[in-house]
Each structure stands twice: as structure tokens, then as C-alpha cells.
Write a protein that binds this ligand. Sequence first.
Ligand SMILES: *Cc1c(COP(=O)(O)O)cnc(C)c1O
Length: 383
Amino acid sequence: MSSLNNYLSQSLNTIKKAHWYRQEKLITGLPSAVVSIEGRQLVNFASNDYLGLAGDSRLIQAGIEALKQYGTGSTGSRLLSGHRKLHQELEDAIASWKQVEKALVFSSGYSANIGTITSLVKQKDLILEDEYNHSSLKNGAKLSQAKKIQYKHGNIQDLSEKLAQNRHQYRHCLIVTDSVFSMDGDLCPLPELVAITEKFDCWLLIDEAHATGVMGKTGAGCLEHFGVKGDNIIQIGTLSKAIASLGGYVAGSKLLIDFLRNRCPTWIYTTALSPADTASALAAIKLIQKYPEMRTRLWQNINLFKEILTTLKIDFLPTESAIICVKEKTAKQALQWSLKLQEKGFFVPAIRPPTVPTSRLRFSIMATHEKRHFYDLQSYLGN
Ligand SMILES: *Cc1c(COP(=O)(O)O)cnc(C)c1O
């Protein structure tokens, strides 16, 4: 065996022994609350499509029309030949929804996070990050070359102590956090974070990936949910979860966006979002604002599912979002449960290390789940 293959094979064996090995599952047909996997219909608890818009005919139609009008690709970066009216419209819609001056769309939420963090802070600066932050935030922090310190998950006391010890040695300080934690479902303590940001003269970058379309009165996210605002807040999110398309965004002051347009490598040196993705995302945002009842249904489903788990005395991690996690002792146990549930018609992913410190089953609730989906699950789990 070649030395490369030898190394790869040994690494994969280690992963398999730990029950950390992963494989994709082939899903056929339109995305929905029920999906077809290996020829079987499963109730889908694995989707980020919280409002059930990814298979919606209105989004599909918007995508088709953009394809016909603007073609398949945007043919260049935004600053060269890739800028279209649709991009401007989408950015205006995001800015107005998020109640900020401007927004900028990226190829993905991952690249928005990497690019924004690395453009904002450098060697002389400090990053304070929640230990449970998403991979894109952690890698952005790593790549930035700023001094990086983790604080305990959601722990303001720990953050405050670490700032008191370290803040004065650095030029700028960026506090970085998920708003809804993607693998737990709990919220960051946003009002306290904003207060600390002011007290220690920091900036706050908040990743609203799982909050946009879900949290807040108009679905604008956790800032709206908590009623906080501020010019030192940088909001980032994705167009690929509740917005049911592909891409990411940054929202904030006019100056922030102008700075990123001139400094952010993952925006400058990459091809502009495709016309179809852009048009579908724009259609989704309009629908989310027009039909708040989608969010009402989502929250009814979330509450029903939590009630069922409570009735069955099944412990779940603290959550205030559409992500509900049931803890398992080992990776093996989580996998076995996931397989058993799949046999019974429920698609529930096992989330294992290294993604999370402890294994769990992760249920994502959708507005388009029907009550019977939860009652079917209840009767299976109850037996
Ligand atoms: C999904 C996710 C991202 C990445 O967004 P993409 O658009 O899928 O690249 C970033 N942050 C968090 C918290 C996420 O859950």
C-alpha cells in the first residue's frame, strides 16, 4: 500500500472503532416532512428546512424564472461580472428584515463566517468564543491569527473573568457565538452578551443560522427575540436552513458591509451566488414575512413534541428552538437508536463526537410536520 493510502486506511479504521464513521444517506424526491430513503417513507426529523419551504412550488417557480432570465451561473465575482439586480434585491430584503442598514450575501454561511472573522480581527486582536460554537466560527477564529480564548458554554461569568484578565492586552476584541446552538438547541444569553460587549469595549458576532425564520416576532432571529440592537453587533446567517436555498449573509451597518466588500476574501474572490439560489432565497424571505402562521405551526409542533417527551419521561437537553436533543450514553447507543427509529419509519440522526462532546439523537422540528407524526413516534417510544 502507498504511504498515503496506508495513512488514510489507518485513520479510517480508528474512526470506525470509535463508532464515529459517517456515511451519507440517499434521499429521493422533493424535500419535505416525510422523505424517501432507500425506497421507504420516513418522517423527517433531520432537516434544517424548519418552515418546509425547500420543496415549495413558489420557491421552485422563482428559481425557474431566474434561471430562464439570468442563466445558470452568475459568471464571475460580484466585483467583476457577477453582480445582478437579484443580489441587490435579496440584500435589501435581508437588511430590512434584520432592521440594519445593509446586508451582503455570500456563497455559504460557512464562508461568510470564515471571511468576516478573518477580515475583522488580526494578530493584535482577541477572540472570545463559546466552546460550543459551530465549526465555521471556530475555523474562522483559528485562521484569523487573533489570540483565541474559549469560554464555557453560555457562561457569562467565565467570559467576564476572561475578558477582565485579557482584554487590555489586545487592540480589538471580538466575541463570537451561535445564537441558537446548532447541536444543542439552546440560546446564547444575548442581552448579557450585549452588556458585556459594551462594558469591555468589544464587538459581537452572532451566528443566526438556526434562528433566522424561527425566532422573533417576524422570524428575523434572536436579536428580534430578545429585542436587542447595536452598532457593535455583526449578524451572520445562512440562506440554506429556514430560507430553504443556498448561501449565507452578513447584516450590519453600512460601514461594516462596505468594509467587507473591500476586505473580505471569501466574498471578493469567489463567484457570486447563482441566479436561481438568489431568487429562491428572496421568494422565501417574502413568504416568511407575509405568512407568520408558518412559524406559529412550527412552534405548536415544537411544544407538542416537548410535551410528548416529558410525558414519556424522556430527558432532553435544555432547548428554546426547533432543535431538540435526547442524550445517549455512548456513540454506539446513539447509532443503535437511530437505526431502530429508521426501521420504524423515523429519520433521526445520531450526532456523535467529534461534532459534539457527548452523543445524542437530534430531532429537528418542522412547521410541516403533522400531529400524527408526533403521535406515531409517541406510540413507538411509549412501548
Ligand atoms: C449550518 C451552519 C452554518 C453554515 O451555513 P451554510 O450556509 O450551510 O454553509 C454556519 N453556522 C451554523 C451555526 C450553522 O448551523
